[in-house]
Design a binder for this molecule. Structure first.
Ligand SMILES: *[C@@H]1O[C@H](CO)[C@@H](O)[C@H](O)[C@H]1NC(C)=O
Ligand SMILES: *[C@@H]1O[C@H](CO)[C@@H](O)[C@H](O)[C@H]1NC(C)=O
Length: 412
C-alpha cells in the first residue's frame, strides 16, 4: 500500500515534468523557426530570376548591388570594383601548355538549365533544411572553431590531432601576395554526414592563434553543409581563426562577387575517374597592389570577385604562409579512424590518373609576379592515413600529389 502511494506520487511528478518539458520544447521550436526564417531572409536576397539545377539546387540571379556582402558594417558604402586593376605578371606561362583535360570542359550543373544575365550574380539559395542541419544558426556556413588549419611549425601538434581535422599539405613560408594552382577534381566518400573532405589553397596571415587570417578556395564534399555528397566549388575566409568572422561561399557578408557564370557552392561536373579521364580546375588568388583587395579567378579568365582588404588584419598586408592540399574530419566515432577519403582516396605513390594532384603550383611575389616557389615543405598528421609528396618537371612545374583512403590496415 505504502508502495502504491509512492508510485502514484512519482508518476504524477513525471507527468508534470513531461508537460513542462514539452511546453519548453514547443516554444523553443517556435522561437527557432522565427530565427531560421530571419536568417534565410538575410541570406536569400531578392532575385531577378531563379534556375533549378538538376542536382536539386536553386540558383538565384541576384543584382550585383543587392548581394549579401553589402550588409557588412565595413562595406555599407563600398563601391563595387567591376574588374581588378592588376593581374600578376607571368600569367601566360601556363595557358600555352595543355596537359590533361582543362577546366574548359568542366561546368557547373546548373548551367544545363539556364544562366544569369550580366549585372547579376548566381547565388546558391539556402533552404530551410540547410540551416536545420547545422548544429546552430550561428554555426551554419562556418567551419568549427576548433583549430582547422594545419600548423606545420607548431610545437603543440597534439592539438590538431585532438580536433579531428587531418591534413596532407605542401606549404611555403615567407611574404606572399597570391597563389595559383591547377587541381584535379574527385568525389571522395564521406563516412558520416558531419565529416567532410576538401582540397584547396590556403592563404594565411598572422599567427596560429585567435587572430589568424585565412582565405581558402577549392572543392569540397560536405553532406552537412550541402545536404548531399556532390563535389562543390567553394571559398572560405576568416579573420579570427574560424571564430566569429567568416564563412563558406556567400553565407555571410564579406566576399564581393562580380561574375555571372560561376556560383560559389555549386556542384562541379564531370569528376576525374580512377585510371580514367582527369578533370582539373585552376584557381588564382592575388592581391591588388593598389587597393589591397584579394581577388580570385577561376580557370583562365573568370574573375569571380574579391575579398575587400577591410575584412582582414594581417592579410591587409601580405600572406605569411601558403598551403596546398587536403583536409578531412576524422570523428573516429566507432573508435577507429574514419574511412572518409581525401582527394581521390589513393596515396600519392600511385601517381597520375590515380592520385589527386595540384600542378603548376605558383606564388605571387613582392613584385606582383607569379613564380614557382623555392622551398616547398610538406606536412601530414598521419602519413599512413593521408600522405603528400612534391616534385618538379617541365610541363607541370612544381606539383604535389596528396590524399589517401583514411582507415586501412596501417591506419586502424
Ligand atoms: C553520402 O554517402 C554515404 C556513403 O558514402 C551515404 O551513406 C549517404 O547516405 C550519402 N548522403 C546523401 C545525402 O546522399
Ligand atoms: C596524431 O595521432 C596519431 C595517433 O594517435 C599519432 O600516431 C601521430 O603521431 C599524431 N601526430 C602528430 C603530428 O602528433
Amino acid at each position: 500500500m505504502m508502495m502504491m502511494i509512492h508510485m502514484d506520487r512519482f508518476s504524477c511528478f513525471v507527468v508534470v515534468v513531461l508537460c513542462v518539458v514539452m511546453a519548453a520544447r514547443v516554444s523553443y521550436a517556435a522561437g527557432n523557426q522565427f530565427e531560421v526564417d530571419k536568417h534565410l531572409n538575410r541570406l536569400n536576397k531578392r532575385s531577378v530570376k531563379s534556375i533549378k539545377s538538376p542536382d536539386g539546387d536553386i540558383i538565384d540571379c541576384v543584382h550585383i548591388e543587392h548581394q549579401a556582402a553589402f550588409d557588412h558594417p565595413s562595406l555599407k558604402n563600398h563601391k563595387v570594383q567591376m574588374r581588378p586593376n592588376y593581374h600578376p605578371e607571368g600569367m601566360n606561362y601556363e595557358s600555352m601548355k595543355v596537359s590533361s583535360k582543362s577546366e574548359q570542359t568542366i561546368t557547373q550543373l546548373w548551367h544545363l538549365n539556364g544562366n544569369c544575365a550580366k549585372g547579376t550574380i548566381p547565388v546558391r539559395r539556402t533552404k530551410k533544411e540547410d540551416i536545420l542541419r547545422a548544429s546552430s544558426i550561428k554555426n551554419y556556413g562556418k567551419k568549427s572553431s576548433v583549430s582547422t588549419v594545419a600548423q606545420p611549425n607548431s610545437i603543440d601538434l597534439d592539438l590538431i590531432n585532438q580536433s579531428g581535422h587531418q591534413h596532407a599539405i605542401a606549404y611555403v613560408e615567407g611574404e606572399f601576395y597570391g597563389a595559383k594552382a591547377t587541381m584535379n577534381v574527385w568525389d571522395p566518400q564521406i563516412q558520416q554526414s558531419n565529416e567532410f573532405s576538401l582540397s584547396q589553397i590556403w592563404l594565411l596571415g598572422g599567427s596560429f592563434s585567435s587572430d589568424l587570417n585565412s582565405i581558402e578556395a577549392g572543392w569540397q564534399v560536405s553532406p552537412d553543409l550541402y545536404g548531399d555528397n556532390n563535389t562543390r566549388f567553394f571559398t572560405y575566409w576568416t579573420s579570427d581563426a574560424y571564430q566569429a568572422t567568416g564563412c563558406y561561399n556567400l553565407l555571410c557578408s564579406g566576399f564581393i562577387q562580380i561574375n555571372n557564370e560561376i556560383a560559389l557552392g555549386a556542384s562541379i561536373s564531370p569528376i576525374s575517374k580512377y585510371h580514367g579521364s582527369q578533370y582539373d580546375i585552376s584557381i588564382l588568388i592575388w592581391k591588388d597592389p593598389e587597393q589591397g583587395n584579394w581577388w580570385m579567378q577561376f580557370g583562365n579568365g573568370n574573375v569571380l570577385g574579391y575579398w575587400p582588404a577591410s575584412l582582414f588584419s594581417y592579410l591587409t598586408d601580405s600572406a605569411s604562409m601558403i598551403q596546398w592540399g587536403g583536409e578531412v574530419v576524422n570523428s573516429a566515432s566507432d573508435g577507429q579512424h574514419t574511412t572518409t577519403q581525401m582527394g581521390s582516396g589513393h596515396f600519392p605513390e600511385e601517381g597520375f590518373g590515380k592520385s589527386s594532384y595540384f600542378r603548376n603550383v605558383q606564388i605571387v611575389d613582392g613584385s606582383n609576379s607569379l613564380r614557382t616557389p623555392k622551398d616547398i615543405d610538406t606536412f601530414t598528421e598521419q602519413p599512413n592515413c593521408y600522405d603528400v609528396q612534391t616534385g618538379k618537371n617541365g610541363g607541370w612545374g612544381s606539383y604535389i600529389y596528396y590524399g589517401g583512403p583514411g582507415r586501412n590496415p596501417n591506419c586502424p
